[in-house]
Write a protein that binds this ligand. Structure first.
Ligand code: ZN
Length: 247
């Protein structure tokens, strides 16, 4: 909730939209209504075999996957996500998470019913310290608030800055390291349906590493949710690679 002082400041100096720079008309929004209207939303939650799920087709514990909207170079959504990641505006994450969860519920009121817990793709602690927050966790927080399922932090950790490694040492295998991720807590996610959240999905390799790391947990299943996905199948333009590489 805004403080009285903040509300007075906003009255005289309305906050500016991070996507287009115009004053924001809706006091409860963080992006102007024109830019929100321009978000090119998907219908993934009523298309069970959508192309985000196809990225995880060989992982049998993944029950569903969906992105909120298409993401491309000039899109307002990309500008909002870049501001969230690099503009020191973590509140944009929770707001985007809420917007996406509400969109999913509007299309498919049952989509979150089987979800038990919400988990964000973790960030490496050094990077999180530098940024001050993990944008995926902020998005997950917004989703958790809308769907009333708990956000679990710390069960999965990012232990390496690199994104993928095919060969593991014996010690890494013993420590449940897959790719850049390590399972830190065996109990919190065991037997749960985990809603795994990230800002954007491109090749799916980061999310796949998270799922493969959690895969040994007995009875655990997964749903994947991201805010953005490339516009066309197989399209990953240079801007997206740059956006991802700096994670
Ligand atoms: Zn705008």
């Amino acid at each position: 909730m805004k403080t009285l002082w903040r509300s007075i400041i906003d009255l005289f100096f309305p906050p500016l939209c991070p996507c287009c720079g115009k004053a924001i008309d809706d006091v409860s929004a963080l992006v102007c209504s024109d830019c929100v209207a321009s978000f090119d939303t998907t219908r993934h939650v009523i298309e069970p075999d959508n192309r985000v799920l196809q990225l995880f087709a060989d992982l049998e514990k993944v029950k569903a996957a969906a992105s909120y909207a298409y993401y491309y170079r000039q899109s307002a959504l990309r500008k909002a996500i870049l501001r969230l990641k690099y503009g020191g505006q973590p509140e944009l994450g929770a707001w985007l998470g809420q917007l996406a969860a509400m969109h999913f519920l509007q299309l498919n009121a049952d989509w979150f019913d089987d979800v038990d817990v919400v988990v964000a793709v973790p960030m490496h602690p050094n990077r999180e310290r530098a940024r001050g927050y993990n944008q995926a966790e902020e998005i997950a927080r917004g989703i958790s608030q809308v769907i009333h399922k708990p956000l679990i932090s710390g069960a999965l950790a990012r232990v390496a800055d690199n994104t993928s490694q095919t060969h593991m040492t014996g010690e890494q295998r013993r420590k449940n390291v897959v790719g850049a991720f390590e399972l830190k807590d065996n109990q919190k996610l065991k037997g749960q349906c985990v809603l795994l959240v990230d800002d954007i999905v491109t090749t799916g390799s980061t999310l796949r590493d998270c799922i493969r790391c959690l895969n040994p947990l007995r009875g655990t299943t997964f749903k994947v949710m991201t805010i953005g996905v490339p516009m066309h199948e197989g399209q990953i333009d240079e801007s997206m690679v740059i956006d991802r590489a700096t994670d």
